[in-house]
Design a protein around this ligand. Structure first.
Ligand SMILES: *Cc1c(COP(=O)(O)O)cnc(C)c1O
Length: 474
């Protein structure tokens, strides 16, 4: 008998000749298959070296190495960034990619990605054009602004505006508006990195227009900044200067006023059942020099930062070298333009922009979907019940605002705890993200696209199925 069991392990060359290998080579190519088989063999070798039990015949069996290699190759093919069914009830979930896009936006993105485009080419004149021409007229029209510019996100828009207008000078901002926008990123740090000095005025809860006036008298001010407190609320003994007052003050002092409105809402918040929210259009009517907002919050478009306002100032932003660093790509521009086009008819935007539809859906409509899901679960042997449960806007907007809604609650069953079910949902295909509350998995149909319901049912059925114990027949 051979003393060394490792001698029973087949060589990679022999494994490549084995019947099952043809399949792997056809799908993944010879090079990747060879590497995966080598890794499978190495793994068994090191297991043996670590003292694992040696069964000579099993060691010699080619199928085990082929199976390990196949599993490895399949795992390597799973993309890192992949679709998720959002069952959290958070409509603008920043960690789940914020706004799903309208069909029109997706089609435009696909067209822009598929071939060449007139991204920076003036087709009429036959010469170089500007990428910033796309979406410019629509944005200006929809916000009643003289001009508009699109960069990568609202944070970039803010940095670009501050750097252009106030590098080496002071930016006056209320202490009640020095917000952290999320992920540890804070407005004051961004202003400093944009090359400006910070002139904080007022106190956390109260800032008056006289505080701004004093700063304008004393400091070398390049910009007055008003930041919408999107993600927290200030209640009680509070006071703040209105945009009207700041615009008047800015005019008097010859200093531009920038309004960071955050969410990019382009329809009446009433139509969405939301509390009042600043809009860029209102900032323009009030006379702000510039307003900045995100493309992928309540606007419901791609990640982008929009700047609207005074044409001369926006021209300066466009010529700032940082503008190149914050340059937005063609697929984004295509999606943004297509989304904005829907807003020309607000009724069609409410119909077609997915986040607006999710926000608008009446609780009773969500209830009907929840009940239909419960029935589908029941016929697949999964226990669930429909129950009222609030959804939220998310994306750092409308803190404290609850959207009355309905959920499907899936309790522990078939020997699986709610946490185990939720985990199985997250790592399944497609991935489903849901909250666990009080020992129950809570699914919100409001944020699930109607077309995803069948996949959601299949995912839950798979997640609840009792795990096959090792050694069980598959
Ligand atoms: C969300 C938000 C930002 C950041 O927007 P991004 O597009 O995520 O960069 C900036 N300011 C305010 C007030 C916001 O609400």
């Amino acid at each position: 008998m051979s003393a060394d069991p490792r001698r029973r392990i087949p060589g990679v060359d022999r494994l490549l000749e084995a019947p099952g290998a043809t399949d792997l080579i056809a799908r993944w190519g010879r090079e990747r298959t060879t590497a995966a088989l080598r890794a499978a063999v190495e793994r068994v070798r090191s297991e043996l070296a670590a003292g694992s039990e040696a069964d000579g015949d099993a060691l010699a069996d080619a199928t085990r190495y082929l199976a390990t290699a196949r599993a490895q190759l399949e795992a390597d093919d799973v993309p890192s960034l992949r679709p998720v069914i959002n069952a959290t009830g958070v409509v603008l979930h920043t960690n789940l990619g914020r706004a799903p896009l309208a069909d029109e936006a997706r089609a435009a993105m696909e067209r822009a990605a598929r071939g060449y485009s007139n991204l920076e080419f003036d087709l009429e004149a036959g010469e170089r054009g500007s990428r910033y021409a796309h979406g410019r007229t629509l944005l200006a029209e929809l916000t009643h602004a003289a001009d508009a510019l699109v960069v990568n996100n609202c944070a970039a828009a803010l940095v670009l505006a501050v750097n252009t207008l106030a590098a080496g000078r002071d930016v006056v901002v209320s202490r009640g508006e020095l917000v952290e926008i999320g992920g540890g990123f804070r407005i004051p740090d961004m202003l400093l990195r944009a090359g400006a000095r910070l002139a904080e005025v007022g106190s956390t809860n109260r800032t008056r227009v006289s505080d701004y006036r004093q700063a304008l008298d004393e400091a070398d001010v390049g910009l007055v900044l008003k930041v919408h407190r999107s993600n927290f609320r200030l209640e009680g003994f509070t006071e703040e200067a209105t945009l009207d007052e700041l615009v008047a003050l800015g005019r008097e002092a010859g200093v531009p006023v920038l309004h960071d409105v955050g969410s990019g809402l382009l329809v009446d918040p009433d139509a969405l059942g939301l509390p009042d929210e600043p809009t860029a259009a209102r900032s323009m009517r009030t006379g702000a020099t510039l307003a900045v907002f995100s493309g992928d919050k309540l606007l419901g478009g791609p990640q982008a930062g929009c700047v609207v306002g005074d044409a001369e100032v926006i021209g300066r932003l466009r010529r700032n070298p940082l503008c190149r660093a914050f340059r937005v790509d063609k697929a984004t521009l295509a999606a943004l333009e297509a989304t904005l086009r829907l807003y020309r008819d607000p009724a069609s935007a409410l119909e077609r922009v997915p986040v607006l539809g999710m926000l608008r859906a009446p609780a009773e409509a969500v209830r009907a979907r929840a009940e239909a899901l419960v029935e589908a679960f029941a016929s697949a042997g999964v226990d669930a019940e429909a129950a009222p449960g609030d959804a939220v806007v998310g994306g750092g907007t409308f803190p404290g605002h609850r959207i009355a809604s309905w959920t499907v609650r899936v309790g522990a069953q078939a020997g699986r705890s709610a946490d185990e079910i939720a985990r199985a949902l997250r790592v399944g295909e497609p991935a489903v993200v849901a909250r666990v509350d009080d020992g129950t998995v809570v699914l919100h149909p409001r944020t699930v696209a109607p077309g995803d319901e069948a996949a959601l049912v299949a995912a839950v059925v798979a997640a609840v199925a009792p795990a096959t114990a090792p050694g069980d027949a598959p």
